[in-house]
Design a protein around this ligand. Structure first.
Ligand SMILES: *Cc1c(COP(=O)(O)O)cnc(C)c1O
Length: 435
């Protein structure tokens, strides 16, 4: 079962138009200097005939692969029939159908009773809505977020984000958020849930009573640190004890990435608020939701607003994705098998070089020790036709975000490339890298 990938023949495009007209804020384009024009299933193609296996999946926005035929057909049919494209927050057939699918395929089978708030279409907007609602409902200002957490780029969500380089872009003070140590931050000996409980219970700790505790179950951008179910249960209990709301940011870890539709399933707690985006539409269309317990639905009409809350094309593909992939347990079994394969392979690579692995389900990575080594690895992978990126405080984690639908042979082939590139990168003594 060896599948070798053809070496991509793609060339560096003429970048003059980008240099002339696109802001230098662009980033991914720098490490993947090609001009892409097509994508299907697990592949991206450049306009010079190069083909790349996609282990980035739009940062987990394309969990079902590129242009999945079922989702694509649903959207083509909808557009051909002149379905509503943009609908503000009006009732539409597409919205009703999406809500029906969310209720019948996702919420009811899991015994979850959430209302869905259609926020602006990006993840950061779902986070803004979540923390606004928590502050409104509790009348408190402070939000507790965690070290290495990533929650988005707008001011409220950015205040909850740990990374200094990202925070630095704000240009104003980012306030009303306390960053507490995530699970494992001080090493395996220190129970950071206990530390948080102690600080919140101590009237002299300086930590104000929080409106919310905002947490990722696996930190997507912050290094694929996976919190233990036990730690998350304790955080949920701490939130309850201190009358704060627990918000799980499931924007990257949700939609199957960690193994189940929601990343917290089966862990014995239910978040008060959940944010979703990235793979929610299933086809890369912008679509975000904030889910919360009905009692928390204390908004005034229009109090949180947004022109693009009615991306009906995304409702169509999202409903199709929920029904196609989540109506029974088969997809989840496939993710479990593929996740176990990734774990096994990464563990073997880690053992070979004395490294460590991170993550859960199909959201995993390997700590190669430094951002320099990780960048060498990902560049070498790209040269061999594998798109893969990094994560972590120093970009030191090579992260595998393969499409969840990938077949075992290609998953294995991509991991082979990664294994080779890690071996090569670590064989060169640091500081004497070949030019
Ligand atoms: C990507 C991400 C966000 C922000 O989503 P955008 O669509 O980029 O605004 C927020 N939280 C987490 C966990 C994410 O991975």
């Amino acid at each position: 079962m060896t599948t070798t990938l053809p070496k991509p023949t793609g060339q560096m495009p003429d970048t003059a138009i980008y240099e002339r007209r696109e802001s230098v804020v662009r980033s991914y384009a720098r490490s993947m200097p090609r001009q892409f024009n097509k994508a299907e299933n697990i592949w991206m193609r450049d306009n010079q005939g190069g083909r790349y296996l996609d282990f980035l999946s739009g940062c987990s926005t394309l969990n079902y692969g590129h242009n999945h035929p079922v989702l694509k057909q649903a959207l083509l049919d909808y557009i051909a029939a002149d379905g509503i494209a943009h609908g503000l927050d009006l009732h539409t057939d597409a919205k009703a159908d999406f809500l029906d699918a969310l209720e019948s395929v996702i919420l009811k089978p899991r015994g979850l009773d959430y209302r869905a708030m259609f926020t602006g279409p990006t993840g950061t907007n779902a986070v803004e809505a979540a923390i606004k609602l928590a502050r409104k409902v509790t009348g408190r200002e402070m939000v507790i977020a965690f070290t290495n957490g990533f929650h988005g780029m707008t001011l409220g969500a950015l205040a909850c984000t740990g990374n200094a380089a990202k925070r630095g872009g704000a240009g104003v003070p980012l306030s009303h958020v306390a960053h507490e140590p995530y699970d494992g931050y001080h090493g395996p000996e220190v129970d950071t849930a206990e530390l948080l409980e102690r600080r919140l219970s101590d009237p002299s700790s300086g930590l104000d009573a929080p409106a919310a505790i905002l947490v990722e179950t696996v930190q997507g951008e912050g290094g694929l640190n996976a919190a233990s179910p036990e730690w998350l249960r304790r955080i949920a209990a701490i939130a309850r004890r201190h009358s704060a709301l627990m918000i799980v940011d499931d924007i990257q870890a949700g939609c199957g990435r960690t193994g189940s539709f929601f990343s917290f399933e089966g862990m014995g707690f239910t978040p008060d608020i959940v944010t979703m985006a990235k793979s929610l539409s299933g086809m890369g269309l912008p679509f975000a939701l904030t889910l919360f317990r009905p009692e928390l639905d204390q908004w005034e009409p229009g109090e949180h607003n947004g022109t693009f809350r009615g991306n009906n094309h995304a409702f169509v593909t999202a409903a199709a994705a929920l029904r196609h992939f989540w109506s029974d347990g088969r997809f989840q079994q496939d993710i479990a098998r593929r996740g176990a394969m990734i774990e096994r392979r990464l563990e073997a690579m880690a053992a070979e070089h004395g490294l460590t692995t991170r993550g859960r389900g199909m959201m995993r990575g390997i700590d190669v020790g430094s951002g320099e080594v990780a960048a060498t690895v990902t560049a070498a992978c790209f040269d061999r036709g594998l798109i893969i990126e990094t994560s972590g405080a120093h970009d030191e984690i090579v992260k595998v975000l393969a499409p969840l639908i990938i077949d075992d042979a290609h998953l294995s082939a991509g991991l082979d490339i990664m294994e080779t590139c890690i071996r090569e990168a670590l064989a060169v003594p640091y500081g004497v890298a070949a030019e």
